[in-house]
Write a protein that binds this ligand. Structure first.
Ligand SMILES: [Zn+2]
Length: 386
């Protein structure tokens, strides 16, 4: 991750998640379906008749009543199970702790079985018949419907005068700029004239649906990162199934990273050369190194930067030659970009790495410079090379 994001405090998009937590809290003791299951601000909606969210909450309420009835001989045990359910919901939403502590267990709906309480409560069993007339049991995750509630502005349509997710995105961009925090290679869309960014479910919504409307788990990122690169990859479990560390995008502090490039085959006019690179923490830290591994595994950072350099090495050299410039000023300018603050310019990390490598190893790409300089022979590119 390239810089820390500012979390937008006290925005109305938090309300859908508040609804969920309040509901599970009340469910610890509730025996009757009524508006006390919901926070006060939601009561006018309840009085008008629930629409979209009803299916979700009613399903969960009925399942809990059925699985853990109150007013029976098993009250104590059922009460404990209901309390555990609420605890599981709270624990699944400690996104920052989950990223920083691999010892924390998190409910993952892709791995649950019929025996898991949460799974039984959340998933709806649907029996379907396929073309071969075989009966199949299919589970449907009812919580994902809540995500629709957030994006489809269902609450707003209930005259609650809530700020919508588009408004959240406008405020987000004001505080965090418009460069994708995960790759720095793409811009987020302009909020007014284009539309809102992809909101990445950092912990994916199918596996970790209990946090699917938690704004701490929703990160506006670029469309390439979200759709083509990350897809449904798991941030906290690697391909071998091991629990892993991850950067928390809204963390209060950020460890600076060092990006460095090496060349294994010189680039020429026709070939971008072969490159390798490393990303390391500025202050030595095993945990930050592991977070970098996760970031690279999910967002293919190293592959993308190296491919960019391979494709663009000729262009970058030409840009320098045409920039009237001297490379020292250019390099300083590029270094200023990488402040890891919101003043972050697109593509600056691979560019900066390339120019730094060039300054340190001018001979390696000298051929490229000589070819590019034709017609501009008096221009000084690197003083000590002339
Ligand atoms: Zn991106």
């Amino acid at each position: 991750m390239l810089f820390p994001l500012t979390y937008i405090e006290n925005h109305d998009i938090e309300k859908v998640h508040q609804l969920l937590e309040h509901f599970f809290c009340q469910l610890q003791t509730a025996t009757v379906w009524d508006k006390s299951l919901f926070p006060n601000w939601y009561h006018p909606v309840f009085d008008k008749g629930l629409l979209f969210q009803e299916r979700v909450f009613r399903h969960i309420f009925d399942r809990v009543q059925n699985e853990f009835p109150m007013g029976t001989l098993f009250d104590d045990e059922n009460q404990k199970n209901r309390q555990q359910l609420y605890q599981d919901v709270l624990n699944s939403n400690k996104i920052e702790d989950i990223c920083n502590d691999t010892g924390l267990e998190v409910a993952n709906f892709k791995k649950m079985t019929d025996k898991d309480t949460l799974f039984r409560i959340i998933m709806k069993k649907k029996e379907t018949t396929d073309r071969k007339a075989e009966q199949k049991i299919v589970y449907e995750n009812c919580l994902i419907e809540l995500w629709e509630t957030l994006t489809a502005e269902v609450l707003i349509s209930k005259n609650l005068s809530l700020q919508n997710i588009k408004c959240h995105y406008q405020v987000f961009c004001k505080h965090n700029g418009d460069v994708c925090v995960m790759c720095g290679m793409e811009k987020l869309p302009l909020p007014n004239s284009v539309g809102r960014a992809n909101y990445d479910h950092y912990l994916d919504k199918v596996g970790y649906s209990i946090s699917c409307v938690n704004p701490h788990n929703l990160i506006p990122i670029g469309g390439q990162c979200n759709t083509y690169v990350k897809g449904s990859k798991n941030m906290i479990i690697d391909e071998e199934g091991a629990r892993c560390y991850a950067f928390y995008p809204y963390a209060a502090s950020y460890e600076n990273l060092i990006f460095s490039l090496d060349c294994s085959k010189e680039p020429s006019t026709y070939d971008g050369g072969d490159w390798t690179m490393s990303i390391t923490p500025e202050k030595s830290s095993d945990i930050v190194e592991k977070k970098i591994q996760t970031w690279n595994r999910v967002f293919k950072i190293i592959d993308r930067y190296l491919e960019y350099i391979k494709i663009n090495s000729n262009r970058l050299i030409k840009e320098l030659i045409n920039s009237n410039g001297d490379i020292i000023n250019e390099l300083q300018r590029l270094k200023d970009f990488v402040t890891r603050n919101i003043q972050f310019e697109i593509e600056c990390v691979p560019k900066k790495m390339f120019y730094e490598y060039y300054l340190a190893n001018p001979q390696t790409i000298q051929k490229l410079v000589i070819v590019s300089k034709e017609g501009n022979i008096n221009h000084v590119i690197v003083p000590h090379l002339e």
